[in-house]
Design a binder for this molecule. Structure first.
Ligand SMILES: Nc1ncnc2c1ncn2[C@@H]1O[C@H](COP(=O)(O)OP(=O)(O)O)[C@@H](O)[C@H]1O
Ligand SMILES: [Mg+2]
Length: 204
């Protein structure tokens, strides 16, 4: 297969470790490329393993951007994901953006968060990198939203703990609970910041 050509004009955003590009041949997909040196912590490989693990267990993936495997690009190996898009085809905003700009009321935010929590607990899904920029707030119908996870699933690194948390229900539940508490702390901080009108949020 020929190599996919990426360039800066296709760049959507950069996270701590990966750059996210619009797929030049498919508007509904993105390609994530590791840009950090060293590769000791390959988030692409890890997420690929984890999402396939969930698929093998026939897990409900309705709050996750699906992942389709690796392709070769001029910037190296990339992992293809569904692009977060709203019902009208417009790009979805991060949950942090919605909080910072008070686009949803606190009550609406709480409802979406509670739905996500139930989803993670019911389906035993590890959401570990709990930054609010890893959650997107998809408008699925006019004024109707749902939170989807675009990053931060599984674990931050490979290893024994990841294996444990994946394979033993008791540990999975424990980890989900712990990470959820972390997420809520980050969320409450952002809410306070938005209330105080403290801007700009550095990353949205
Ligand atoms: N599926 C997606 N659709 C649209 N934008 C995305 C998607 N996944 C990630 N992004 C954007 O790209 C940024 C970086 O991607 P991310 O997977 O979070 O990288 P990292 O692992 O380095 O944090 C995200 O913060 C988000 O703004
Ligand atoms: Mg991220």
């Amino acid at each position: 297969m020929s190599q996919i050509q990426l360039n800066e004009s296709l760049l959507i955003a950069k996270g701590g470790e990966r750059a996210c590009y619009l797929h030049p041949l498919d508007n509904s997909k993105v390609i994530k490329i590791l840009y950090t040196q060293g590769n000791h912590n390959n988030q692409n490989k890890l997420e690929y393993i984890y999402i396939n693990d969930l698929k093998r267990k026939k897990t409900d993936l309705s709050h996750i951007t699906d992942c389709y495997g690796f392709i070769s690009t001029n910037l190296g190996e990339g992992l293809v994901f569904d692009r977060a898009l709203n019902y009208d085809g417009k790009p979805t905003k991060s949950f942090r953006y919605m909080v910072a700009n008070k686009i949803l009321t606190l009550k609406e935010q709480k409802k979406l968060i509670e739905e996500l929590k139930q989803y993670l607990e019911k389906n035993l899904i590890l959401f570990v990198d709990t930054s609010l920029t890893n959650l997107f707030c998809q408008e699925i119908q006019k004024d109707k939203y749902k939170i989807i996870i675009v990053d931060g699933l599984g674990s931050k690194r490979m290893g024994f703990k990841f294996w444990l948390y994946r394979n033993f229900k008791g540990y999975t539940k424990y980890k989900i609970k712990r990470q959820w508490a972390k997420f809520m702390k980050m969320y409450e901080k952002d809410v306070k910041r938005a209330e105080l009108g403290k801007r700009p949020f550095t990353r949205l």
